[in-house]
Design a protein around this ligand. Sequence first.
Ligand SMILES: Cc1cc2nc3c(=O)[nH]c(=O)nc-3n(C[C@H](O)[C@H](O)[C@H](O)COP(=O)(O)OP(=O)(O)OC[C@H]3O[C@@H](n4cnc5c(N)ncnc54)[C@H](O)[C@@H]3O)c2cc1C
Ligand code: SF4
Ligand code: SF4
Length: 1012
Amino acid sequence: MSDTYHPGPTPASDVSEDSRADYDYRSDDVERPGLVDDLEALVDGDVRFDSYSRQLYATDASAYQQLPIGVVSPRSTEDVAAVMEYCADNEIPVLPRGGGTSLAGQAVNEAVVLDFKRYMDDFLSADPDERVARAQAGITLARLNDHLDEHGLKYAPDPAWGDKSVLGGCIGNNTTGAHSLKYHKADGYVESVETVLADGTVTEFGWVDVDELDDLAGTDDLEGRIYAEVQSIIEEHTDEIEAKFPDLKRNVSGYNLDRLVKDVDERGQVNVGRLLAGSEGTLAIVTEAEVSLEPIPSETSVVLLTYDDIISAMEDVAPILEHDPAAVEVMDDILLDLARGTGQFADLVATLPEGTNSTLLVEFYAESMAEGKQKVANLLADRLPAHDAEVAPENPTSTDAPMNAVDALEAYDPGRQEKFWKMRKSGLPILLSRTGDDKHWPFVEDTAVPAENLPEYVADIQDVFDEHDTFASYYAHAGPGVLHIRPLLNIKTTDGIERMAAISDALTDLVVEYDGSISGEHGDGRARTKWNKKLYGEQLWGVFGDLKSTFDPQGLLNPGNVCGDHDPTENLRFDPEYSFDADFEPVLNWENENGFQGMTELCHGCAGCTGHQETTGGTMCPTYRATDEEITSTRGRANMLRNAMNGELPDELFTDEFVNEVLDLCIACKGCKNDCPSGVDMAKLKAEVTHEYHQREGIAFRDRLFANVETLFKLGSTFAPVSNAATSVPGTNWLLEKTIGIASERDLPSFHRQTFRKWMRSRGGSAVSEAEAGRKALLIADPYTDYTHPHVGTAAVEALEAAGVHVRVPDDVTDSGRPAFSKSMLDHARSTARENVDALAPLVADGWDVVTVEPSDAVMYQSDYQSLLAGEDVDAVAANTYGVCEYIDRFELDRNVEFDAAGESLTYHGHCQQKATRKDHHAVGVLRRAGYEVDPLDSSCCGMAGSFGYQAEHYSMSQAIGDTLFGQVDDSPGEQVVAPGASCRTQLSDYEAQHGEPPHPIERVADALASH
Ligand SMILES: Cc1cc2nc3c(=O)[nH]c(=O)nc-3n(C[C@H](O)[C@H](O)[C@H](O)COP(=O)(O)OP(=O)(O)OC[C@H]3O[C@@H](n4cnc5c(N)ncnc54)[C@H](O)[C@@H]3O)c2cc1C
Ligand code: SF4
Ligand code: SF4
């Protein structure tokens, strides 16, 4: 870092240590207090049986919802054993849970939930020579792999959500990912597991020779009985297992008996730990696991093959497999159409031949790029000989299968490869963002059949969907025969539920007919347990039951799953009895979201908002990242809001506790609006509900103060420097905290008597005349720019004028209404918006552009005004408003400007709300063209979030969120940080050991002007 800005080491802000933080992530209404007292006496971890905590763990990523008895977040294996033993003594069901990303409902149950992700997430050891590692069950796969990276090794199962899901859940579901053609499922990597059995016994299951089983089965305890059962399965059912388990790389239905038989056959050994893989928490609880590792491949090469129809693509999968790819991923016409509609992929889709209906993305692993290219060339020589590959083929395998591919796009550069992969995944979010009652539900979303059966199988599925008057797209892992299929249904109707049941039944028949599995990836859970009998037949269904009752004689572990009695049409999140009543009239415009209800019900529970900065990146969700508490994730808030309006949490919505625990900590960064696959806009939901709370309970004095920041700043400026001296009197900060609740740690702003607007007037307006200008801009003097940061305004004028823009600073438009909007004072925000639109719209019609230096204001004009107001004038202002760097970049205004920044390096922290509108990258482009080297941080919200970080009770949370950014700044090679947001700059300048406030990017652009 430069002399200008030197952040110190990242402080570890601890919210739990701050007595002013008046939230504890739960409600006061504790259910079963006796049970809670008993468990609290037994464990070090958290015991939460309050109604909020129970609701938070009532859903996963599936269509199901079931209220648990309570939630325990254990801190150690001893905690887990104590809970299990207590529950066994008292016949209380138990459900181990990881990230709650399951799609079949196996992570929700009427049980005591053991939440492993909260505390039991330690990486324990790695032995690179033996290629094994050991970790606690709650570690995310991404963090596990971070620890292994330095050894050139990885834990190979790579589910798409590995940065949100954990090792215990991965074993629980026998997870794998897009590269399962090369790797095993989770079971193939289990070396040994520390487990807590159903009676609370702690034991380690690892490899034992088959001839040791007699001795192990001889002990008269639960472990002995388990070994006896395993021995009898091997002796009595091996033939049936070999006959009935489909010969697939990916089958996770039922218990993992084929792995048991294979291990006996191949190694003469059994590993009960491997039997637990895919048992969905129904047999035993995994607390730690030792897993084997794979080397990270040196290079990858990718080719995208195009087809005229989905069946042709499916026909090509089996011959492609002859070429030993690492992945073969399909994308159908529906998803291609959706990708075509996205700004990010429209250009790529446009390069596909006309009539392209489906694509197969084929990836190869290789030791060198030359080898990677060779593999692609060999594949193309067989599948599309007309294509001129980048290198000539060498001894290609010829499969003699008909050639269906129409074209091929090769990708060797990592950026292009990433774009292909991202395109494959791009349509799904749009598929999942339907705000109506018809949604693409997961219940047959991961069937698998042998690749050679895919064409007939897909054709038959189409018939089933036609018969039931629905459709789905086909995407995912065609190589191992796994298709993700989510039919569109309205399960709020009886008809929808009946069709759901009929489609599952019919698809189970089809997978049996085509030697497949009803679950090739996501497990049985509530959606598919019922079909295991049809898939495996009576004998193995009986074996599953015997295995379950041996491990869990009282039937307490995640009852109903795998071999239980779950009915897939019960305990659904939505059903015909579902009713929704917000009990108030929304005041924002929800037309684009299919009404307020549409947005409230949009979250599908995938847990995408529970990743961390270093593994997931992006913005969502900073409060979860700071706390690891479910209630501070977007999912937590969405679940709570929906349940408060559908009768699950009656009379809660407008209580102080609900507003405080559920809504108050959403810092309205809008990260979820962009990063959530469904586009859940929690900031908008919060504004709407908190506004109604204000109608009922009134508005706090401090909120009014912050909403009227412009009046305050004007006063401060008028009386400067006296006002500045007054705020620096010792004791002022203490007094402000005691009286108003402004955190005493925060420095108050310093006001300028010479405001930006005065400066503009004093220089007699723009130096570029309207006649000679290429464009004309109304540069908004927001309260920060006008009264506290006039130098940012003057820099903006300088940069715009150097770019040939005629600049006018309007006197009658200053506050955008953002401060009031962020305090959910929507009437106030609306009247400010109305005044501003009335003032700006005629000028916009006259060819003026609106330009702001404050990103949150740009977003206010560009999108929030359309939530507050309707009309062509509002749309015109929205369409013609730009952040200052966005403006320069968008219209290439700097193309003829001379800069001389001479390669100084900058670290760029973008504004969270501007990221949500995908306009954050513009500043980076402008700074680079000005001559700077720029390191754009993949950062989230800074934690200040307008006035949030000024509030005493939020100070430690604000710092905890900021810690992540401070750490990123520490690690960045940039010499100086630049940040367009005034709040971000305050947060960064309050960071200890730094020197001075970071500049706005436009200041550095102005500095770099050759004319400067
Ligand atoms: C968008 C999205 C993409 C996905 N992509 C993939 C994919 O590519 N491949 C894939 O296989 N799956 C995928 N899944 C499904 C799911 O993410 C994985 O199965 C994941 O491994 C589950 O991990 P989790 O930590 O969320 O477990 P959870 O959902 O919390 O639990 C899964 C099961 O394991 C049990 N369990 C959890 N912890 C323990 C423990 N300590 N001891 C014993 N049992 C335990 C639970 O009881 C439950 O039955 C995806 C899901 C989503 C939402
Ligand atoms: S808010 Fe979005 S990312 Fe989070 S669980 Fe819901 S749908 Fe998934
Ligand atoms: S607006 Fe920001 S803080 Fe609020 S839920 Fe969304 S990502 Fe989280």
